[in-house]
Design a protein around this ligand. Sequence first.
Ligand code: DQA
Length: 159
Amino acid sequence: MCPTGTCSDSTVKGMLSSLLVLHGPNLNLLGLREPEIYGSATLADHIDAVRDVAQSHGISFVDVQSNSEAEIVEAVHSARGVHDAIIINAGALTHYSWALHDALKSFTGNVIEVHLSNPGAREEFRHVSVLSDVVQGTISGFGGLGYTLAVHALVALEK
Ligand code: DQA
């Protein structure tokens, strides 16, 4: 976050003190939903893991989950000037939401896309992420480990 509110975009990218962790549709059902694919951990369990790593780096974070595309887009808008980076598991919005693509494109900090499963190894409609070109990178297929890897990646990107 820019402490004075006057930093240039490149300066904002060099500081990581505040993180937004965003989850899209159906991810509130983690732990119950297709556990053979997504595992038995709940969304709260994944957020706890992010909290542990973020706290160890002195990073504060806010987490938002919504089943509404509009609310996810608005959460990205609200992150501007407030959060330095975003970790997002957009759920199925990943595969078709150009509105979310455009919102993320307007965010000046680093964005890491996370998927619990490996969408590239699943049904064909999951093979495309319309978010790929507006994120720094994607971590897929490592289950909940992906979230902590994403925090480590963001910390490393700031160095
Ligand atoms: C997911 C993969 C998406 O294809 C799917 O729609 C989800 C979860 C994942 O974490 O593996 O909801 O993003």
